[in-house]
Design a protein around this ligand. Structure first.
Ligand code: GTB
Length: 216
């Protein structure tokens, strides 16, 4: 059965692959699962029909038959568990790959999101310039630690996994901030992710949505 995901009708990232449908698209491309996309506007995301799928009125969602999921991490895990290619067969290696998914979402993404939110929403506050280095410091702490752990490996734990997919998408949230560039190992890691054919297909698909919306 072909799953349907939701994505922004007009993504505020202007098609740079930063919205969280990107990680779901990428996972589906990695495992070779075709999918449909239902585009939603910001007002549609607030409506009861969408709220029934996503209690917080966000994207992405995932529908497959009578299964409806929200939360990009849960969706990617669902895809990875049902198809070969994103999680190792060995039970311990599989558990470690899932650990990296959680680390990306629970440990690395929060300070990155907080930094972005402050830049968007608090820039005009008197205390912003004082707070910004604190937030940046928290991001640097995580990137220092992640870079040390990655060292000269291609991926976080053996072959590419859903853990890497998630971590690369999380690090990409810093695009344009000039932060990941200070970590050559992490920059190369992100570039390796972006070079994967499945990543490129996912990126092109979400960019096509933005380009189509901008010409209408
Ligand atoms: N924890 C949830 C998950 O992982 O699925 C978070 C989902 C989420 O934050 N969705 C965002 C959303 O629907 C889109 S991805 N926001 C609308 C709302 O809450 O009203 C976040 C996002 C948005 C825009 C950019 N950007 O412009 O660069 C990047 C990321």
């Amino acid at each position: 059965m072909t799953p349907t995901i939701t994505a922004f009708e007009q993504s505020p990232d202007r098609g740079r692959g930063l919205a969280r449908d990107m990680r779901v698209r990428w996972a589906l491309e990695e495992v070779g699962q075709p999918y449909d996309v239902r585009l939603v506007s910001f007002s549609q995301m607030r409506e009861p029909a969408h709220r029934a799928l996503h209690p917080f009125g966000q994207i992405p969602t995932y529908e497959e038959g009578d299964l409806a999921l929200f939360e990009s991490g849960a969706i990617v895990l669902h895809i990875a568990e049902r198809h070969a290619g994103l999680l190792p067969d060995d039970a311990h290696a599989r558990a470690r790959a899932i650990t990296w998914m959680f680390a990306a979402l629970n440990t690395v993404e929060p300070p990155i999101v907080e930094l972005g939110a402050a830049a968007r929403e608090e820039r005009d506050k008197t205390w912003y310039e004082e707070r910004r280095p604190i937030l940046e410091g928290r991001v640097h702490d995580r990137l220092d630690q992640l870079s040390s752990r990655l060292a000269d490996a291609d991926w976080l734990d053996g072959p590419f996994s859903a853990g890497d997919l998630m971590m690369v998408t999380v690090l990409r949230r810093l695009s344009g901030a000039g932060i990941v560039e200070k970590y050559p190992r992490l920059s190369a890691y992100v570039a390796r992710g972006e070079a994967r054919p499945a990543y490129k297909r996912a990126f092109d698909a979400q960019l096509a949505v933005f380009l189509a919306a901008s010409t209408t």
